[in-house]
Design a protein around this ligand. Sequence first.
Ligand code: SF4
Length: 205
Amino acid sequence: MSKLRVAELLAHLGRMTYGNGFVEDLTSAQWTALRYFSRANRFSRTPSAFAEFHGTTRGTASQTIKSLIAKRYLIQTRSETDGRSTLLELTGKARDTLSNDPFETLVEAVGALPSGARGLLANVLERMLGHVAMECGKRPFGMCTSCEHLGGDGCCQEGRLPYKCLFFNEPLNVAELGQLCINYEPSKASAMNRTFKGGGLDLSS
Ligand code: SF4
């Protein structure tokens, strides 16, 4: 198959998914923001991180966020680590709405693939995303599980959490390892890979 055809298929899949909005009184941009804030870690739930993720200006991202706050889908809270900055959190209404997310159609299509094909597809897409992000001067976004900055050995010692972000110098719990991060740095040999060669933890769902 030609590279143009594969690129067309990917772009069409993205358009179909992105255009599947205007459900529950939300636009496609507002759905994208809700999904982002449900998946982003505590270092990335900011308007500027969302603007980078969505590939839009801070002004446009800010308008989307303001509209979601006005509709009571998002609330602003103070950052625990930096009292000067604010973080955005989903409300209960947003979590209820996300259970009817039209994006689930794509999630189900991926879920119908055999697990080996899913892993292969994820590796290919991550590689392509990294390539396109580098060409466009954008951040790739990703998760701790394959990040250069992930430290720790996976063992709880003297009450300490088993993992640590070496970039933010903050402990990480297991639930945070599968969240999106603006400071993600791709690595072939993260602490997770070193400690759990062969997949000791399943963060795939
Ligand atoms: S380890 Fe990487 S992905 Fe995880 S919080 Fe730190 S910078 Fe972000």
